[in-house]
Design a protein around this ligand. Structure first.
Ligand code: AMP
Ligand code: TRP
Length: 327
């Protein structure tokens, strides 16, 4: 039986790169046979957060976002990472069989250090906690965005180290990454990968005037509409393709390629993107308002999810403790 598992950090408002690169896959998997575990990686977020109130809000907002976007608690277990303390116990067990060298090779750690972030021990051991997340629920499939591939590979390695030392304790899961390249790297307002750290994001639930304002910030150039252009050089179309039918996108592209009086200006194309996005998330936006008004319900869903997740994680933890001689 398939058990899918994934997590997302509550480190800010979720953007459309998070949605098309990761969240959408998570939600789609709930309709396949098997179990699904999705959690809000609040322990991981603490490697960068120093604002307790903001962290609390982002955890709530992340839960609400998943539910509003279609996660069904009857089909998928949604919970907070820190509600399952067994995960930190498993992380310790994995740390004892993992060489420093493996963690020293982590791209995301090296990137953060290169950005000038002073690393904590927690940031260095981030992949060990992530491996514990993955292995604690006997997951068989881990859907993630492209930038998480190395972390999942490390979890596979750590399962192998522990099993090599103590017998078959952990299941080695497969990973799943969005097939389409356009979903692996959704461009932000400036054409670079959309990312909180570049300040080029579009919030999933943005609407009305603020949405118009943000879409207008998509970087273009000053060439007039009449000038024929290569549409494949305009990342504006990559954003459009997230929300519109391919045939519609192709029609616009053809007009831009031909130029002349029938060609749309950038403002026109941005208006189209805005309307398409407004409609794409309309139902989710309404559902979000309802959930925000019912905090108690969101809390109940997270608690019920944690109960189920803990039951599984404690079985796996016990298996690991026995195998290595601590029980
Ligand atoms: P982050 O909060 O940046 O760690 O992202 C959470 C998830 O969304 C990860 O699985 C990322 O791979 C995915 N993701 C973030 N930004 C993008 C993007 N611009 N395009 C596609 N996927 C993304
Ligand atoms: N590191 C992931 C991210 O930043 C979040 C995460 C934590 C995760 N634990 C996980 C993803 C386990 C998949 C499985 O996106």
């Amino acid at each position: 039986m398939q058990t899918s598992l994934s997590g997302i950090q509550p480190s800010g408002l979720l953007h459309i790169g998070n949605y098309f690169g990761a969240i959408r896959q998570h939600i789609q998997l709930q309709d396949q046979a098997g179990e699904n575990f999705y959690f809000i990686a609040d322990y991981h977020a603490l490697t960068s957060s120093r604002d307790p109130e903001a962290l609390r809000n982002f955890v709530f907002e992340t839960a609400v976002s998943y539910l509003a976007l279609g996660l069904d608690p009857a089909k998928a277990c949604l919970f907070r990472q820190s509600d399952v303390p067994e995960v930190t116990e498993i992380a310790w067990l994995l740390a004892t069989v993992t060489g420093m060298g493996l963690l020293e090779r982590a791209h995301s750690f090296k990137d953060k250090v290169a950005q000038g972030i002073k690393p904590s021990v927690g940031l260095f051991t981030y992949p060990v906690l992530m491996a514990a997340d993955i292995l604690a629920y006997d997951s068989t499939l881990v859907p993630v965005g492209k930038d998480q591939i190395q972390h999942v590979e490390m979890a596979q390695d750590m399962a192998g180290y522990f099993n090599g030392a103590f017998g078959d304790v952990f299941i080695r899961p497969e990973m799943m990454v969005p097939k389409a390249e356009s979903m692996q790297k959704v461009p932000g307002l400036d054409g670079q990968k959309m990312s909180k750290s570049y300040g080029n994001t579009i919030w999933i639930f943005e609407t009305g005037k603020p949405l118009k304002k943000i879409i207008n910030k998509i970087v273009t150039d000053s060439r007039p509409p009449q000038e024929p252009k290569d549409p494949n050089e305009l990342f504006l179309f990559d954003i459009m393709a997230l929300f519109a039918d391919q045939s519609e996108v192709d029609e616009w592209k053809e007009k831009v390629r031909l130029g002349g009086d029938g060609a749309p200006g950038y403002g026109h194309l941005k208006g189209f993107i805005r309307d398409a996005m407004e409609e794409y998330f309309a139902a989710a936006r309404l559902r979000r308002y309802e959930l925000i008004a019912d905090r108690g319900e969101v809390e109940r869903i997270l608690k019920a999810g944690a109960l189920k997740a803990r039951a599984r994680a404690s079985e796996v933890r016990d298996r690991a403790l026995t195998a290595c001689g601590l029980r």
